[in-house]
Ligand binder design. Structure first.
Ligand SMILES: [Zn+2]
Ligand SMILES: [Zn+2]
Length: 155
C-alpha cells in the first residue's frame, strides 16, 4: 500500500522541517500513473510527481524519492552539491531497475538509406537518419519512415 497524497504532503512538511529548517517553498505533490521513473520535479509547475508503478515495485523507496525531488526544488541538476544534499538528507541517488519498468518502444522507424532502425516512445515529426544526414542536419532523403506502431497504452 502506497502512502496517500495527504500522507505525502505530511512527509514533505516533516522533511522540510527536519532537513531544510522549513525553507523549501510548498509545492504540489501527486502520483503519476503513467510515469515509469521513480519521480520528477517540474519547476514550471512547481510539482513533484511520484511514480506509482515504480513504487508499487519498490514501496520502501517512497521517502527516498520524495527527498530526492525535494532537493530538486533548489537544484535542478545532479551535480556535486546535489549529491552532498542527498547524503545529508539520507537519500540514495540511483533509481533501481526492474524489467516491468522497461517499456517496449511504441514506434519503430527506419532509414530509407541504410535501413537502420530507430525504436521510439514518441512519434517523430521531422527526423532523418543521424548516420546518413550530413552534420546531423535534417535531410529529406533520409527521412525516417514509420515501419511499425503499437496501439496506445500498450505495455
Ligand atoms: Zn533527480
Ligand atoms: Zn541511414
Amino acid at each position: 500500500m502506497l502512502p496517500t497524497v495527504a500522507e505525502l504532503y505530511s512527509r514533505f512538511r516533516r522533511f522540510n522541517h527536519c532537513f531544510w529548517d522549513g525553507r523549501l517553498p510548498m509545492v504540489r505533490i501527486e502520483y503519476s500513473n503513467r510515469m515509469l521513473a521513480a519521480g520528477s520535479y517540474s519547476p514550471s509547475e512547481r510539482l513533484i510527481r511520484i511514480g506509482r508503478k515504480y513504487h508499487e515495485i519498490f514501496p520502501e523507496d517512497v521517502d527516498d524519492t520524495l527527498k530526492h525531488e525535494m532537493i530538486h526544488i533548489f537544484n535542478p541538476t545532479h551535480n556535486a552539491d546535489f549529491k552532498r544534499e542527498l547524503k545529508r538528507v539520507g537519500s540514495t541517488l540511483r533509481a533501481k531497475c526492474h524489467p516491468s519498468l522497461r517499456r517496449p518502444p511504441r514506434y519503430l522507424y527506419e532509414c530509407p538509406g541504410c535501413r537502420q532502425e530507430y525504436p521510439r516512445q514518441r512519434r517523430f515529426r521531422m527526423a532523418s537518419c543521424g548516420t546518413c544526414s550530413a552534420n546531423g542536419r535534417y535531410d529529406e532523403r533520409f527521412k525516417l519512415q514509420l515501419k511499425q506502431s503499437r496501439p496506445p497504452g500498450y505495455q
